[in-house]
Design a binder for this molecule. Structure first.
Ligand SMILES: *Cc1c(COP(=O)(O)O)cnc(C)c1O
Length: 359
């Protein structure tokens, strides 16, 4: 068996230890004689899996008591509609920072339900930076202020959070959740699709402060109402049972590694391996500079489309897969979520050095 280094933006690599444990438990989970995939979501065995998963997430992310954790389906993209349906319901106004395609999709969807304002955008330079925010532009009576904390496609992240005062801050954390500690108390709501840094596709995690629950407008589909999912412990309908189980294993793995501070330290070392090389290379260049650089997604280019294509092709042949950049940026992108070992980053840089010397 040989495993590749997978630099995919998502679905992405999972820790090998997690995949092995899932494999060991595939036919007989804990003496039940069945796979987790086959279990009734109403069984006490499965309830124990969900409860343990939630407890681990609360412990690792230091989620306060007054926040609920929901395990949903529909991806981060469903949250683009679920958030305004549930929360754009007081003044009917919300503020958005447009830092890329995902932030823009969140804005475009919310705009269908209320009065949404763009506070700042970095579209002028292909979203290669986090725009400066002027507090005077913020809507004082907005129902919420939405950001995408880490911009998966463009490789930027907010290093400072906007100071929104009494306005609830909401963040899409799909591509940075669990990569470093985050102060949950700064947010009214956090959401993430699991397939970047948590587990398999199909699971969406929502962390919501209690006072934001129960405000959905009347037309909200039952499945899109946070209150329904809270009241039913994420079991209003069948939750993504296997995805929740895998997330539980991933969380155990993170605990074993020392939690989110250790993840941050490890991720900073991994990112530095790649950024340091990019900053010294004559052929390759990072598309983002300075404090806005993401720890998780690193886009880079040679400036020559043919050379980029040759690099992607040769990289694949060497076992570095899914390194082609998003079509809106071009070039390459190395997504290095928690499960990417530092050896993968070092091996990629060694290959890039060879490629530079040979071309
Ligand atoms: C991948 C991604 C999404 C879309 O997630 P789905 O689960 O496919 O809907 C949204 N936001 C960010 C930041 C992402 O990285």
């Amino acid at each position: 068996m040989s495993r590749v280094y997978n630099f995919s933006a998502g679905p992405a690599m999972l820790p090998e230890e997690v995949l092995k444990r899932a494999s060991d438990e595939m036919l007989d989970f804990g003496g039940t004689g069945e796979s987790v995939m086959e279990m009734s979501h109403r069984s006490k065995e499965y309830q124990a899996i969900v409860d343990a998963c939630e407890a681990s997430l609360r412990e690792i992310m230091n989620i306060p008591e007054n926040y609920k954790v929901l395990f949903l389906q529909g991806g981060a993209s469903s949250q683009f509609a679920m958030i305004p349906l549930n929360l754009l319901n007081g003044s009917g106004k919300a503020d958005f920072v447009i830092t890329g395609q995902w932030a823009n999709k969140a804005y475009s969807e919310a705009k269908r339900y209320g009065d949404c304002k763009v506070i700042a955008s970095s579209k002028d330079k292909t979203f290669s930076y986090i725009p400066e925010l002027n507090k005077a532009d913020f809507t004082a009576d907005a129902d919420y202020f939405h950001i995408c904390l880490n911009n998966t496609i463009y490789g930027t992240k907010f290093s400072l959070l906007p100071e929104t005062g009494n306005v609830h801050l909401i963040a899409d954390v799909s591509s940075c959740i669990l990569s470093e500690p985050i102060d949950v108390t700064k947010f009214g709501l956090l959401y993430a699709g699991a397939q970047k840094n948590m587990g398999p596709a199909g699971l969406t995690v929502v962390i919501i402060r209690e006072d934001l629950i129960g405000k959905a407008r009347d037309i909200t589909p039952t499945m899109f109402n946070y209150q329904i999912h809270v009241e039913n412990g994420s079991m209003y309908n069948t939750p993504p049972t296997y995805g929740i189980y895998i997330l539980g294993l991933v969380l155990d793995w993170i605990k074993g590694k020392g939690g989110l501070s250790a993840m941050k330290e490890h991720n900073e070392r991994k990112a530095a391996v790649i950024y340091d090389f990019l900053d010294s290379s004559k052929m390759f260049k990072a598309t983002v500079s300075g404090a806005d650089r993401s720890l998780m997604n690193i886009p880079f280019v040679t400036g020559n489309d043919d050379l980029d294509a040759k690099f992607v092709k040769e990289a694949k042949a060497k076992g570095f897969i899914n390194i082609k950049g998003h079509r809106s940026v071009g070039g390459m992108r190395a997504s290095i979520y928690n499960a990417m070992p530092i050896e993968g980053c070092e091996a990629l840089v060694a290959f890039m050095k060879d490629f530079e010397a040979n071309n």
